[in-house]
Design a protein around this ligand. Structure first.
Ligand code: FE2
Ligand code: FE2
Length: 300
């Protein structure tokens, strides 16, 4: 398998030239943020209350939590294992600041994977949770994500980059992970049932804000160079939307329409759609006003 356009040698090294590092580069700034905020340790989080409360929870409550953890855990593992081709692409294109930032990216995804596995270990939820991966979930995480990412190993075209970045950052992180955090907060923040997870989620979602920031910036950069790529972005979003929405609807079945923890869980679908619209709007804005969007939009 050979990648077209793979560099065989270096023409120069930026950091030993008169350029040094571009300290104002949006991705360099993100790297500084990651050093400051991304150093948290899942091992420092206390899961003792989670263990006690989970053991006492009703079977239905346990199933709701187990399902969220089963989807999140595998999701974090998928984004850890599948991210390398993007880093490979940025390094191959000689994007030093992007590559420097991405060294923190993969480390953070690894920690997110550790976080959910550690929670399961400490709470004693060690049974196989694969049964919670519905067909829609499998379509996105078992097929679409690795397919789009691994394509970059042999095809580094801007089209292939847009497909990978859109799948990973806009749909998986921007729509699905963000909706997952929302579910955890909505259901479990006030109840105090699983405070260890809530503490972890706070760190996780801050890391994800930077990750989505990288994705948004990179997609905007590519589209600014060739506005026709907007169609590739849009097609990728449309292709994934039914599975992403389907996946969220599958998870709601467990509540049987009941307002568990006083929450109307059906609002999750609307929340996911609003995230989708938000990502789409951020990218379309860049098309019209690229100059104003050169600075990274920090994701909330
Ligand atoms: Fe993550
Ligand atoms: Fe992420």
């Amino acid at each position: 398998m050979e990648m077209k356009g793979l560099k065989k040698s270096h023409e120069q090294f930026q950091s030993s030239s008169d350029k040094l590092l571009d300290w104002d580069h949006p991705m360099y700034k993100l790297y500084e943020k990651a050093k400051k905020f991304g150093g948290w340790n899942p091992k420092d989080i206390d899961f003792s209350v989670d263990r006690e409360n989970f053991a006492k929870a009703s079977p239905k409550e346990q199933a709701l939590i187990a399902q969220l953890v089963a989807m999140f855990g595998a999701g974090e593992e998928a984004v850890t294992l599948d991210f390398l081709p993007v880093m490979y692409t940025m390094a191959n294109e000689g994007r030093l600041e992007d590559t420097i930032y991405l060294t923190t990216f993969l480390y953070e995804e690894a920690k997110h994977t550790e976080f959910f596995a550690r929670w399961r270990q400490e709470v004693g939820l060690t049974e196989d949770l694969t049964k919670y991966h519905s067909d829609n979930y499998k379509k996105v995480f078992y097929e679409k994500l690795p397919e789009a990412m691994n394509a970059l190993y042999t095809d580094n075209s801007p089209q292939a980059q847009i497909r990978a970045l859109t799948t990973y950052h806009m749909v998986v992180e921007g729509m699905l992970a963000e909706s997952g955090y929302h579910s955890f907060r909505l259901g479990f923040q006030a109840s105090g049932l699983i405070p260890g997870i809530i503490a972890g989620i706070k760190n996780l979602s801050r890391d994800e804000g930077r990750h989505i920031g990288f994705g948004t910036y990179s997609i905007q950069r590519l589209i600014a160079q060739d506005p026709k790529l907007y169609d590739v972005f849009s097609q990728t979003m449309d292709d994934l939307l039914p599975y992403a929405i389907g996946l969220i609807n599958d998870t709601l079945e467990i509540t049987e329409g009941e307002h568990m923890y006083g929450v109307d869980w059906s609002q999750m679908t609307d929340y996911a759609v609003s995230q989708y619209t938000r990502r789409e709007a951020a990218i379309s804005r860049a098309m019209k006003h690229w100059d104003e969007y050169k600075e990274i939009e920090e994701d909330a």
